[in-house]
Design a binder for this molecule. Structure first.
Ligand SMILES: [Zn+2]
Length: 271
């Protein structure tokens, strides 16, 4: 009896049934084998844990700025994350970093304000991080690892079919890239560029100046040149020139999205 070939059929069935989802803005179809609700539940638990481990910053100006920008971005992504219970927290940490998690949990380290000072600049970072969430990059990364893992090992199939799908907090935090404490989320180059593109459209629709996204990447580039120890945010992201070129290419579309956003916002603008 060949266990391995017997294993492949149920895996294919799971792949078919678990199906696909469509990434917002880009419309790309991607695979998802994990339960949305489980990922959200665990992400919220991880965020609560971070709030206990890392001190929230007291600086009222930075906190207000993040709430203000976060609220505007969250309105634009409403239909991409309708169940989100938004929370925006500034953590008192020197690293240049920010992250967003399923369920609408967003963290910014005080170090980020070294390179993102204005609302437009902060919006570009928040929108990029939220784009990773609406595009379900964590689900996709996890699903791929799970699929590879499952085809190779018979033992996990029972778990998959039973709905447990090997999704644990430690596995999820590894996918998020949180195992080493504070570090950038580790996504591949294609996903970083996708988050850049989606984020650019989000920030533009929210009425922010999309050109700020380019300024932030340039500032990151300068920060990494001055600092022999690479900021965590940089180590996992593709090279900035490559990202900047993509942003420039998308700029005319982003500017027209901003115009459209402004036109739509007019009737309900009360101040
Ligand atoms: Zn990213």
């Amino acid at each position: 009896m060949n266990l391995h070939s017997r294993a492949v059929l149920p895996v294919l069935a799971v792949l078919l049934f678990a199906g696909c989802y469509q990434v917002p803005v880009t419309g790309r179809r991607a695979m998802n084998l994990v339960d949305d609700k489980e990922v959200t539940k665990m992400s919220i638990a991880m965020f609560d844990d971070m709030k206990k481990r890392y001190r929230p910053a007291r600086d009222p100006a930075r906190n207000e700025q993040l709430q203000r920008v976060g609220e505007r971005i969250s309105k634009v992504v409403f239909w991409d994350m309708p169940d989100a219970d938004w929370e925006f927290v500034v953590f008192d940490q020197p690293q240049i970093n920010a992250f967003a998690m399923a369920g609408g949990k967003v963290g910014v380290f005080t170090g980020l304000f070294k390179i993102a000072k204005t609302d437009d600049e902060l919006a570009s970072v928040i929108a990029h991080e939220i784009a990773h969430v609406t595009a379900k990059h964590v689900h996709e990364k996890f699903s791929r690892e799970l699929a590879v893992d499952t085809v190779g090992t018979v033992g996990t199939i029972g778990g998959l079919a039973g709905g447990a799908s090997g999704l644990t907090v430690s596995a999820l935090s590894q996918v998020y890239g949180l195992t080493t404490g504070i570090s950038g989320f580790a996504f591949d180059r294609a996903k970083e560029k996708e988050a850049d593109y989606i984020g650019l459209m989000y920030m533009a629709r929210a009425g922010y100046d999309p050109q700020a996204a380019v300024r932030v990447l340039e500032a990151l580039e300068a920060a990494s040149a001055n600092d022999p120890v690479q900021p965590a945010f940089l180590s996992t992201h593709p090279t900035h020139p490559e990202r900047i070129i993509q942003l420039m290419d998308a700029m005319p579309k982003a500017l027209s999205e901003r115009e459209k956003g402004a036109a739509n916002a007019q009737p309900i603008l009360i101040r």
